[in-house]
Design a protein around this ligand. Sequence first.
Ligand SMILES: *Cc1c(COP(=O)(O)O)cnc(C)c1O
Length: 381
Amino acid sequence: MGLSKTIWSNPTEYLRAESPQNPVLFFAPSAAQAAARRFIDCFPGLVTYAVKSNPEEAMVENLIAAGIKGFDCASPFEIDLIRRLAPGAAIHYNNPVRARHEIAHAVARNVKSYSVDSHSELAKLIEMVPTDGCEISVRFKLPVAGAAYNFGAKFGATVEVAAELLKTVAAAGYIPSITFHPGTQCTDPHAWEAYIREAANVARLAGVRIARLNVGGGFPSHRMTGVVPQIEATCALIDRVATEAFGADRPALVCEPGRALCGDAYAVAARVKALRDDSHVFLNDGVYGSLTELPMIGVIDRYSVLSPEGKLRTGDPVPRVVFGPTCDSVDRLPGELPMPADLAEGDFVIWQGMGSYSTVTNTRFNGFGELQLATVLSLAL
Ligand SMILES: *Cc1c(COP(=O)(O)O)cnc(C)c1O
């Protein structure tokens, strides 16, 4: 997908003019740039973008234009993408488990920052990565609180192991740092507090003064009408707690938001293929398409229904079972979604806040999933 040739005013104008039969992703560059500037203004350190959340080139290019200078990459593909689009940018290779050929790839592309959460993977880095100006961040985990998803289930050392790793990193001559990832869609700013305090404890246990603390991603996008992301309050809390926890040894701070930078820059329009016996709504997009995350981290209630002529459906909400287009019964949105009583075949259901983990996780299962991309000045219908 690239940028479409025409820039439309808003989703309604496009849907009325094109009457698309495939799902459409609407991208608002202005929203991506605003999200980046908001973060750069309030985060007390370096803002990097977690590329995996949306590696669309138009997305990455707009973040660069807005001033993002660092990227969290997890694979050789992502490293090459960033080296091509932003040759001078900082790349943090923060996937703590890597094959040797992947490490060699990063070294050859002058990647100078790596994360690690185990003795075996640290041994591989020490063997293959020159120490010269290179940072290794030890990733630790705590029992989760406040996140929509348990990231600690896969990555992160315990506090004790993290302290051992940090000692080894410093003794081997790398720049020692600490990192964590509190989860995703953390709507409670206090998710960061316990992690920052424990990071100071890890450094004390190791007897190592760390250069940087990377507070991860996990900052929320706007999924629920009543839950507005508190980015400024979260950044202020991170700033205060970092000073309290580290005192004179306060490290430089880094963050790596994904969804908070890209999530609210896209909307998705799915079309109603059928209203089966006035009961089930069948859409042309579903959990194997761009709506993958809804069953995993919860529905987004910021959606509207438009008629094919672009008129907002305003009927009283009726709870509906909503299915995607594939023949798999898993392809269903969670629970029952309130839909206007006047919803009809051919209508469009438009979800806001769809920029993260949607373009990348879309599959072509059952022959569906051909997404169209349209660029809009504004995502407001
Ligand atoms: C996925 C990921 C992120 C981005 O997470 P969001 O919830 O999208 O902000 C940041 N850091 C690491 C290590 C990740 O794996």
